[in-house]
Design a protein around this ligand. Structure first.
Ligand SMILES: CC(C)(COP(=O)(O)OP(=O)(O)OC[C@H]1O[C@@H](n2cnc3c(N)ncnc32)[C@H](O)[C@@H]1OP(=O)(O)O)[C@@H](O)C(=O)NCCC(=O)NCCS
Length: 171
C-alpha cells in the first residue's frame, strides 16, 4: 500500500526510512551519500529533510510486513517564479522488494498527486546506467542530457548523472 508518510513522523518510521536509505547506499546507489553513512546520520538526515520541507512537499511510503519498503518525495521548487515546478527525489525501494513493480507504483502515485496539487513540471536526476534510468524512461520521462562526473558513488567513484523532466497537463 502506498500512502503519505504520517506527520509528525514517528521514531519507528524514521528508523525504517534510515534503514531503507542505508540499504540503497549499500546497493551502490548514488543518492548524495558515501558508504561511511551511519544509521544515526541517516536518521538525522531524514528528520532534517522532513522537518524543513516546504509546506507543499509530499512524502510517500510503501509498507510491507517488515515496515517501510519504499519511498519517494515531491520537493517543490523554492523560488517564486517556479511555483509550478517540483523535484522528485529519493525514490528508494528496499532490495527485499525490488523488481516486483514497486518502484513504478510510487512514481505513478507521486505524479498523480503532483498533478492534483497543481504542479505542471517535474524534474529529477539519476545516475547514468542505473535501473532507475530505465524506470524513468519507461515512465515517459524526457531526458535533458547527461552531466559527466556529476557525483560520486558511495565508494567514491565518479558517476554521470542523467537529468529528466516530465510536463504534466494542468487539471
Ligand atoms: C530504482 C529502483 C527504485 C527500482 O525499484 P523496483 O521496485 O525494482 O522497480 P520496478 O520493479 O518497478 O521496475 C520497473 C522497471 O524499471 C526498470 N528497472 C528497475 N530496476 C532495474 C535494474 N536493476 N536494471 C535494469 N532495469 C531496471 C525495468 O525496466 C523495470 O521493469 P521490468 O522489471 O519489467 O524489467 C530501485 O532499484 C532502487 O531503490 N534503487 C536504489 C535507489 C535509486 O537508485 N533510486 C533512484 C534515485 S534517482
Amino acid at each position: 500500500m502506498i500512502e503519505p508518510l504520517a506527520l509528525p513522523v514517528s521514531d519507528s518510521d524514521v528508523r525504517d526510512l534510515a534503514l531503507l536509505l542505508l540499504d540503497a547506499i549499500d546497493s551502490g546507489a548514488s543518492l548524495g551519500f558515501l558508504d561511511s553513512t551511519t544509521l544515526e546520520s541517516a536518521e538525522a538526515w531524514w528528520r532534517d529533510r522532513i522537518s524543513k520541507a516546504d509546506a507543499r512537499a509530499i512524502f510517500l511510503v510503501a509498507r510491507d510486513e517488515n515496515g517501510i519498503a519504499g519511498t519517494v518525495q515531491i520537493l517543490p521548487a523554492g523560488m517564486p517564479n517556479q511555483r509550478h515546478r517540483a523535484d522528485i527525489a529519493k525514490l528508494l525501494i528496499h532490495r527485499r522488494a525490488r523488481r516486483q513493480g514497486l518502484g513504478s507504483m510510487p512514481m505513478l502515485e507521486i505524479e498523480r498527486r503532483a498533478q492534483a496539487a497543481g504542479f505542471t513540471l517535474l524534474t529529477l536526476d539519476t545516475k547514468r546506467g542505473d535501473g532507475a534510468e530505465s524506470l524513468y524512461r519507461r515512465g515517459g520521462w524526457t531526458e535533458v542530457g547527461v552531466i559527466p562526473a556529476y557525483a560520486l558513488d558511495p565508494d567514491g567513484t565518479p558517476c554521470d548523472t542523467v537529468v529528466f523532466y516530465k510536463a504534466l497537463p494542468r487539471l
